[in-house]
Each structure stands twice: as C-alpha cells, then as structure tokens.
Design a protein around this ligand. Structure first.
Ligand code: DGL
Length: 255
C-alpha cells in the first residue's frame, strides 16, 4: 500500500518517536513536520495547541497521508480525540506518558513523571495517574522551558544540565523510575540520569506508539509492501536549511 505516514510535534522532540517508528516499520515512508516556529506547545492555551495541531493534520491529509502520528504528548492530550472524531477513516495514533509500563515494571515504586504543564494539567493525565497511582507512587514534575531549551540544540551545555537539576535535583537517589512524558526529553536522558543517579529506570512512549501504529495500519490493510525500503523526510515551520540540518542531527545522535 502506498502513501505516507505524517508525524508531527511542536519541534525536534517528535524525532525521538520517529526513531522508534522507523525501527518498528522500516518499510514505511514517514514525513516528519516540526512546528518549531510555534514551540513550545506545552506553555500555550489548549485552543492554540488544538488549532496548530488541526492545521498540521489537515495539511498532511490534503497531501495524501494514510495515517498520522501525533508525536507530542501535549498535542495528543489536547487534540487526538477531536481529530479522530473529525477523520474517523484515518488511523491517528498519539502518545501518552508511559506510566503504565513503569507501574507494571516497578510495582510499589516511586515514579517521577516529567512532562509539560499542559500535559500534566489535562484530564487525560489525571485519569492515567488515577488508573496507575494505586500500583506505584506517582510524582508529577512539570518542566517549563525544558522543551524550548532542547529545541536550541547544544545538548552538552552546562546551562541545560543546571536547568534539569533545578527540576529533578530534589529527587536525586530517591526514585525508582522516570517517565519521560514529553517527546523532547529522551534527548537529555543522560543528563537527567546524571542528576538522579544510576538506580532510576527510564520509560518513554516511543516504542508503544510504534507498536500501536503497526497494529492500526495492519487493521486497515495499510502496511507498506515489505520488499521496499522506506523513506524519511523532514520539514519545519522554521523553514531554513539550518533547522532541517538540526532535525537530521537529532535523528542520528545516540540516545
Ligand atoms: N514534545 C512535546 C510533548 O511531548 C511538547 C513540547 C513543547 O512544545 O512544549 O509534550
């Protein structure tokens, strides 16, 4: 089956999910769109995040996307249900903080959930925390400014490590697991681990989202023919060669 999968995020974060998608589905064509001109989403109003998400999704559909992945926890919380209702014939797969796998792996553990303010504020997250909060202790930590800082690159810089220390320093040595509930954060997993210590196990939603996309494409008979290699292309609302080069770099840096 021809056609591409449209993948979007507020910016570079969704590239961490794209990597899981390509690993799970190497024969698919993926078009990634990062809305870096409008990042961060996590500090906008819900109406703003919805309007931005809808216009990206509709552009993908007008271009012939066979499926859409919302590679952003914030945009998923705000827009996934409404986009699915508006486009019931198209698989639209979202991402949520990986609290369920963390709670299952570490029953009775202390689980730190890092995410944007919008993700942690919305009912979707409260439901998730209620569902799994009986199995483990959930500590929710909003990280304003962190996704925007990651957007700028230069991930080894001391100011970024300092910012991370400000958010998670109080939990150093005191948590069993960390849920990276924003798709930007896997790019600073090591910096977070440096602050929290070697005991904490990390969870993110990338692999689960990729498995969900496979299942939905299979259900709809939309999987690519396996004889061909897939292609990945990058586009951004910050449409400069430097920005696309940054996206390509994020696609290949070791995680
Ligand atoms: N990467 C996004 C997420 O997963 C949002 C980051 C932002 O733009 O605030 O929530």
């Amino acid at each position: 089956m021809d056609g591409f999968v449209g993948v979007f995020d507020s910016g570079v974060g969704g590239i961490s999910v794209l990597r899981s998608l390509v690993a799970e589905l190497p024969h698919e064509d993926f078009r990634f769109f990062g809305d870096s001109a409008n990042a961060p989403y996590g500090e906008k109003t819900e109406d703003e995040v919805f309007a931005l998400s809808r216009s990206i999704a509709e552009r993908f559909l007008a271009d012939g996307a066979k499926a859409i992945v919302i590679a952003c926890n914030t945009a998923t919380s705000v827009a996934a249900a409404r986009l699915r209702a508006a486009h019931p014939a198209v698989p639209i797969v979202g991402i949520e903080p990986a609290l369920k796998p963390a709670a299952r792996a570490l029953p009775h553990g202390r689980v730190l959930v890092m995410a944007t303010e919008v993700t942690l504020r919305l009912e979707k997250y409260h439901e998730l925390a209620r569902a799994w909060g009986g199995e483990c202790e959930v500590i929710s930590v909003p990280c304003p400014g962190l996704a925007a800082r990651i957007e700028r690159g230069d991930l080894g810089a001391p100011d970024l490590s300092e910012m991370i220390r400000g958010f998670v320093g109080p939990y150093a040595g005191a948590v069993d697991a960390v849920v990276l509930g924003c798709t930007h954060y896997p790019f600073v997993r090591r910096q977070i681990a440096d602050v929290l210590g070697p005991e904490a196990r990390f969870f993110d939603g990338g692999a689960g989202t990729a498995r969900q996309l496979r299942a939905r494409l299979a259900e709809e008979g939309l999987l690519a023919r396996e004889a061909r290699p897939g292609h990945v292309t990058f586009a951004s609302s910050l449409d400069t060669p430097e920005e696309i080069a940054l996206y390509e770099r994020f696609f290949s840096i070791p995680l």
